[in-house]
Design a protein around this ligand. Structure first.
Ligand code: TMP
Length: 209
């Protein structure tokens, strides 16, 4: 039984998700909530080990289906260990990426299609986000913001791959107008943060949380 509020953040690499998650969680703490902040892949001891395998650039021959299953396995662990118990306890959960990332990066950009939904349905069940903020930046912006930091295995994919992920997010946004809130990631940090906080406040009031 889900009593809390499940918020996810999506977007291309370096779209500003971490900064906005920090702003939102600091705001929520300042007004008395105790949000649970986590990330994908990872967020648990087991999930962080899976993350290391997925993102390791030396794992060059990783099969796309195996990749999708590893993301789904890390997610199943995160849902079971952290997200579901927190939501049942009435907490606000903020997660950096969730199933939409798999739909975009594996389902669409790796061309695995609907298989990704099926794989994820086992671990996620009814634990779906209530609101998703999609921070929209061009694939080139993401690259620039990395500031020379070594790319991981997914970031190392070519420009065509990242352009496909970007198109996938546009499609996901179109298909989920109620849940997904697209935000121009090129705006100022404070401006974006205000939009996010206003929307979350509205949602909390509507749910009596
Ligand atoms: P992060 O850099 O946002 O922590 O995410 C790690 C990388 O994994 C990022 O390039 C996006 C990618 N990813 C997928 O390909 N599929 C997924 O399901 C998730 C959660 C992330």
């Amino acid at each position: 039984m889900k009593n809390g509020l499940f918020i996810t953040f999506e977007g291309l690499d370096a779209s500003g998700k971490s900064t906005q998650i920090k702003c939102l969680s600091e705001f929520l703490v300042s007004v008395g909530y105790r949000p649970v902040v986590t990330r994908e892949p990872g967020g648990t001891l087991i999930g962080e080990q899976i993350r290391a395998v997925i993102l390791d650039t030396s794992n060059k021959g990783m099969d796309y289906v195996a990749e999708a299953m590893l993301y789904a396995a890390a997610r199943a662990q995160l849902v079971a260990e952290i997200i579901r118990p927190a939501l049942e306890d009435g907490r606000i959960v903020i997660c950096d990426r969730f199933v939409d990332s798999s739909l975009a990066y594996q389902g669409y950009a790796r061309k695995l299609g609907g298989m990704v939904d099926v794989i994820n349905s086992f671990g996620v069940g009814e634990c779906t986000p209530d609101i998703t903020f999609l921070l929209k930046v061009s694939p080139e912006t993401g690259e620039d913001r990395r500031n020379g930091k070594a790319p991981d295995r997914i970031e190392s994919e070519d420009a065509l791959y990242h352009a496909a992920v970007s198109r996938a997010y546009e499609e996901i946004e179109r298909k989920n107008p109620q849940r997904l809130i697209g935000i121009d990631g090129g705006s100022g940090i404070r401006e974006i943060s205000i939009q996010i906080i206003e929307r979350v406040n509205k949602e909390l009031a509507a749910r009596g949380l």
